[in-house]
Ligand binder design. Sequence first.
Ligand SMILES: C[S@@+](CC[C@H](N)C(=O)[O-])C[C@H]1O[C@@H](n2cnc3c(N)ncnc32)[C@H](O)[C@@H]1O
Length: 213
Amino acid sequence: MIFDLAGALQRLAGDDRPLEVEVGCGRGHFAVAQAQAQRDRLIVACELKSDRCRSTADRAARAGVDNVLVVKTRGEELLPQLRSQSVAVVHIYFPDPWPKTRHRRRRLFRWDHLLAMVEALELGGEIRFVTDFADYGLQARVLTALYPQLRTERQSTFDARTLSRYGPRLEALGKTIVHLTATRIALGTEDDAERGLMNMLCGSAHRQAQQQQ
Ligand SMILES: C[S@@+](CC[C@H](N)C(=O)[O-])C[C@H]1O[C@@H](n2cnc3c(N)ncnc32)[C@H](O)[C@@H]1O
């Protein structure tokens, strides 16, 4: 079954399982494998394209898992609607890279979307991000490093080859794959003040950059 955003939010309201969210799940290779590995969690598989949502739902049915919620929507629409501190992991693997400078504003991993991801993450929750575009990896590293509520690691404990059908192909082509794990951490009062300042500065810098593009 495929849900629209409103339907998915209704379903989520009545479900208190720990959540993992994959944004841009493609045909669901990872989401379904993760649902098999984490039976007590609900895996929200968010995807823009109808045919890919259908493939994900069919894959979940074939695998016999009932803990995948396929949502046909944009990640940037879903993320701000999720309950605060309700998500254990946000997975973003090989998102559309939008390599042309004039298209970079379309990237999913931007400051405003990152704010929504962090708000949705529980303490200790993680954003896991993988790309084969070096400058997109750098963008994600800079944004997460600027965010005091996140501790960022470049090395990850997850293996890109198992995350996506793109992983093995890109590795075979000798492409460098950038991994990033950003973990939500607790802050003291001083850090909260720093966070407020950082949000204000980075938010306004981000808006200015957007306007100039
Ligand atoms: C390059 S594919 C990667 C798919 C999958 N993560 C993988 O690694 O096999 C990117 C996917 O993200 C979807 N997508 C792009 N922008 C999106 C957005 N804003 N919200 C949700 N899905 C999006 C695309 O339709 C596509 O299926």
